[in-house]
Design a protein around this ligand. Structure first.
Ligand SMILES: Nc1ncnc2c1ncn2[C@@H]1O[C@H](COP(=O)(O)OP(=O)(O)O)[C@@H](O)[C@H]1O
Ligand SMILES: N[C@@H](CCC(=O)OP(=O)(O)O)C(=O)O
Length: 361
């Protein structure tokens, strides 16, 4: 049976869009547009997260080696993005479709109001049958302000738009149970929520033009699936990969989605960088929170308030060994939380509806 997704975020990695010589692979871009236009005829909404600006920039000029790597990347990305989006626009137009350019930075996901403004923009584009083509705004996103890679950005957008599925196209068939180049390594076709052990099978090795590697893809994919969105990792260099994947005809890795989380929970899940507070919880609280039953974080399970926070701010939770447990919104400030440390029968510090727990790998 075909996968009947109504809204899909498709992420295409640098490697899929770049030839071995580092220049953009125009034939592959054209084939990608063709596949997307065929999916669109089935009334499916598509949001494309496309890398490739830097590679496109490199096809336009060569940079003087007097400049550092950051400035050179800014140069290539800024001239390359214009070329890339023009190519998409020209190719989509030939298929009778209109696309839009959406360039974002990590800062744009910072506060909830700004987040909702961005979401509204996507909605109006989708309502008008426009294909948003999203990339990081590489001109101003440098060093610590950057997304880990466009996989992280695609995960954020899939969550923000309550997509049914996120398809990540890279240059391998999926997540292998060992080095993909080694004979005997096989693609793991399905990853369930309780899957542990990515670190044992994924090497830090990246493909030539990739930024984050397979590790960021898999941790992000598991997090997004936890929010109720199906994730597929497949090979973007395989002919007709998108229509074939939707007909389940192609080898790939599928992350089974959990029950759909609320929009607010989806936002919290990706708000780690904006957390002000930090609290340590005891083992009993950890067991209660990670059990199948929905539980809020009660002060009786608090061991320490490590960093202050105000009511309504994001708090990060760690266990007694310092392991990251999750994130949530504070129902009251750190002063009150300190007074209630370890005390029974007190109001929850984080209500279950505003709590996101990390997959435990
Ligand atoms: N277990 C694994 N399964 C699949 N790929 C892996 C694994 N371990 C490392 N990799 C590497 O991850 C690369 C894909 O990630 P990345 O370079 O970031 O690509 P992209 O540009 O598509 O984002 C693969 O080309 C492969 O070399
Ligand atoms: N924004 C950059 C790509 C950054 C990136 O993360 O690429 P990838 O490793 O393919 O996810 C560009 O357009 O060149």
């Amino acid at each position: 049976m075909s996968l009947n997704y109504k809204r899909i975020v498709i992420k295409v990695g640098s490697n899929v869009l770049t030839k071995a010589n580092g220049l953009p692979d125009l034939e592959r871009i054209e084939h990608l547009v063709d596949q997307i236009s065929r999916i669109k005829t089935q009334n499916t909404e598509v949001i494309l997260v496309s890398s490739g600006a830097v590679a496109s920039g490199k096809s336009l000029l060569s940079a003087s080696d007097k400049f550092d790597a950051v400035a050179t990347r800014q140069l290539f990305a800024s001239i390359g993005q214009v070329k890339l989006i023009n190519k998409y626009s020209e190719l989509f137009e030939k298929k009778g479709l209109v696309c839009a350019q959406v360039l974002v930075t990590k800062e744009d996901f910072r506060d909830r109001l700004h987040y909702l403004n961005m979401k509204n923009c996507f909605h109006i584009l989708l309502k008008h049958n426009v294909i948003p083509v999203v990339n990081e705004n590489d001109v101003i996103s440098v060093t610590e302000l950057m997304f880990t890679d466009n996989d992280e950005l695609a995960g954020l957008i899939a969550s923000q738009l309550n997509a049914d599925a996120l398809i990540i196209l890279t240059n391998v068939d999926g997540i292998f149970d060992g080095d993909p180049k080694e004979a005997g390594s096989k693609v793991i076709e399905q990853i369930d929520q309780d899957f542990k052990g990515f670190s044992g099978i994924i090497s830090a090795k990246k493909s030539e033009f990739g930024r984050g590697g397979m590790m960021t893809k898999s941790t992000m994919a598991q997090k997004v699936a936890r929010l109720g969105i199906a994730v597929h990792i497949a090979n973007g260099t395989t002919p007709d990969v998108l229509p074939r994947l939707l007909k389940r005809e192609v080898l790939s890795t599928y992350f089974v989605p959990q029950k759909t989380a609320s929009g607010k929970k989806k936002w919290i899940a990706h708000s780690e960088n904006y957390a002000t507070g930090l609290v340590r919880i005891n083992d009993g609280a950890k067991v209660a929170l990670t059990s199948a039953k929905a539980s809020s974080l009660l002060p009786v399970g608090l061991v320490a308030v490590e960093k202050d926070f105000k009511k309504g701010e994001i708090i990060r939770l760690i266990d007694e060994a310092g392991l990251n447990i999750g994130l949530g919104i504070a129902e009251y400030g750190s002063e009150k939380a300190r007074e209630r440390l370890g005390v029974k029968n007190q109001k929850a510090l984080i209500h279950y509806d505003y709590l996101f727990l990390n997959p435990q790998n």
